[in-house]
Design a binder for this molecule. Structure first.
Ligand SMILES: *[C@@H]1O[C@H](CO)[C@@H](O)[C@H](O)[C@H]1NC(C)=O
Ligand SMILES: *[C@@H]1O[C@H](CO)[C@@H](O)[C@H](O)[C@H]1NC(C)=O
Ligand SMILES: *[C@@H]1O[C@H](CO)[C@@H](O)[C@H](O)[C@H]1NC(C)=O
Ligand SMILES: *[C@H]1O[C@H](CO)[C@@H](O)[C@H](O)[C@H]1NC(C)=O
Length: 520
């Protein structure tokens, strides 16, 4: 061996020896109730994918308000099934797992490569950028397999552009990808793909057509596509896909429009375009569907809605009522912003009516300027609780993938040309060349590290858990089982999880905590 190959071999040995080791969180407390984990050019906490333990044992990973982050412990199942005599099970809340009762197959997890996210990541030094990308796409990070991309400008852009702002250019001869794509998002997506081993499932969403295609001649505000622009707007999608394909990036999916309702809200303040379900039906049937197919993009998964769940099942019923539209539609995308007051039963109803369509949660964030907390609140635990609760409830109602909003925002919650600042799982501080993993990042970790694409949700029931204790369960492709439990209450309690022929798992659930259990 040459010295160089010996060195490479030694390095790979060292890496393989230490790759199972979980590098701990370096905590920092801002003025909120829990901590962020600090990463820089030379250090970042890691999350190695746990191997399932032998039969009769379980692994338990806990994060809590007090500062635990995926803290690993293990235990043995109580094979006697005499739970009432178990030391740890006094007054326990009992859950019953039925791995034979299967529901939907998981498609995965991800976030959006917005202009803002790409700008923030690239504002760090090269080694810190690598740490951040690894935190999402590497084997020791969240292992995201899905990425969303904005088609042209969105609010998380530094200017409200489209790819063809030349008035009346119906042939799209001036259509051009912009610096936001070429210098920011595309290079980052390639780096993410290289880290994740397999190309990400990318899906793209438009916020607004060029102003000249719209009734209000503006990118913001109340307005919709002029009827005579239905075909040019479908051609615009093909130009976008061709453009990215020129940079060797292909898309797995598309949503027909980001938040179509926004464009029917008078005075709406960031990039939007209004569609009713009836208009979307007509456009998909007569323009988008056939145009994608003719251009060789017929395999791209087309998703409708991409807006709040209160529109379901009605939106899907309207679009799908026309077979010429229905034949092009593969899925339904929902955003989380009304989830705390609109029942998730709407998702189950929708799945019951259209079992052939998949449902994904395509956008989520916290901190939309609502009191009592500001938009960016580093370390605020309640935002983990909101994310985890939303994921659990969604998964229990047939959602197959959950996609976060911006991969990274700055300390102000931007950049956002419309000043619609919000919080993010990772905040970037370019002054100090650091980034901070918010509790929301770990909410995602409790799912992504344990429940890969291809896992199936299974039945988990409880007669006596309070509302503040929510849970869901999965069976993985390798046969291992996962239960995720979130306790939003201030008190702790004992929990047992039993399943036929497997013995009971007993453990204590502390106040304000989340747990992922892995066993075979
Ligand atoms: C990076 O973080 C590590 C761990 O906290 C720390 O020891 C090191 O000094 C930091 N490096 C810089 C340049 O701040
Ligand atoms: C795309 O991939 C091909 C084949 O690997 C390569 O030759 C070409 O340079 C790539 N193009 C870009 C823009 O990356
Ligand atoms: C959990 O079980 C332990 C051991 O039996 C007991 O001391 C403790 O009080 C129980 N905790 C709760 C909240 O019931
Ligand atoms: C947290 O939630 C429940 C519900 O309030 C509470 O009674 C319990 O003591 C805490 N632990 C668990 C698991 O619920």
């Amino acid at each position: 061996m040459t010295r160089a190959t010996t060195l490479a071999w030694l390095l790979s040995l060292v890496t393989s020896v230490f790759s199972d080791e979980q590098l701990p969180c370096v905590p920092r407390q801002f003025e909120y109730d829990s901590v962020v984990c600090v990463c820089n050019a030379t250090y970042c906490d890691t999350l190695p994918r746990p191997s399932p333990p032998p039969a009769g044992e379980f692994l338990l990973f806990t994060s809590d308000l007090q500062g635990l982050r995926l803290h690993k412990t293990n235990g043995y199942m109580n094979m006697e099934n005499h739970i009432s005599e178990s030391e740890t099970a006094e007054g326990a809340i009992h859950f019953t797992l039925d791995p034979n009762q299967e529901y939907q197959t998981v498609m995965g997890w991800g976030a959006a490569f917005t202009d803002a996210a790409a700008f923030n990541i690239l504002s760090l030094s090269e080694p810190t950028q690598e740490m951040l990308l690894k935190s999402y796409f590497g084997s020791e990070g969240l292992e995201y397999n899905i990425g969303r991309v904005n088609i042209g400008g969105c609010d998380f852009s530094w200017r409200p552009y489209t790819y063809d702002d030349v008035e009346g250019d119906v042939d799209l001869s001036f259509f051009e990808l912009q610096s936001e794509d070429i210098d920011y998002k595309i290079p980052l997506i390639h780096r993410a793909n290289a880290m994740s081993g397999a190309p990400l499932k990318l899906f793209a969403s438009p916020w607004s057509a060029p102003a000249w295609m719209k009734t209000n001649e503006d990118i913001v505000g109340y307005g919709h596509l002029k009827t005579e622009m239905y075909q040019p707007w479908a051609n615009y999608f093909v130009k976008f896909l061709d453009g990215y394909s020129g940079y060797n990036l292909s898309f797995w999916g598309l949503t027909a429009q980001n938040e179509p309702i926004d464009g029917y809200v008078p005075g709406f303040f960031f990039n939007c375009m209004g569609w009713t379900a009836k208009q979307q039906q007509r456009w998909v049937a007569e323009n988008l569907g056939p145009t994608l197919e003719e251009a060789g993009y017929g395999d791209i998964k087309l998703m409708i809605l991409d807006d709040q769940r209160f529109n379901l099942p009605g939106w899907a019923e309207t679009v799908m009522s026309n077979p010429d539209a229905a034949k092009y539609v593969d899925g339904i995308a929902v955003h989380i912003y009304t989830d705390s007051w609109v029942d998730a039963e709407r998702l189950t109803q929708t799945n019951d009516i259209f079992p052939e369509l998949f449902i994904i949660s395509s956008e989520a964030c916290e901190g939309m300027g609502l009191l009592p907390h500001p938009q960016v609140a580093p370390g605020l635990w309640e935002r983990l609780e909101k994310y985890a609760q939303d994921i659990i409830v969604d998964m229990n109602h047939w959602v197959r993938a959950w996609v976060d909003w911006n991969l990274a925002l700055d300390m102000q919650g931007g950049p956002n040309w419309a000043k619609n600042f919000v919080d993010a799982a990772i905040l970037v501080n370019k002054e100090t060349d650091e980034f901070y993993k918010n509790p929301m990042y770990y909410a995602l970790a409790h799912f992504t590290k344990f429940v890969p694409e291809g896992a199936v949700r299974i039945d988990l029931t409880t007669g006596d858990a309070p509302d503040t204790l929510v849970s869901t369960a999965f069976k993985n492709p390798d046969g291992s089982l996962v239960v995720v439990l979130l306790n939003r209450s201030e008190s702790s309690s004992n929990v047992t999880i039993g399943s036929e022929g497997r013995g009971d798992i007993a453990f204590n659930v502390g106040p304000r905590s989340i747990h992922s259990l892995l066993f075979t």
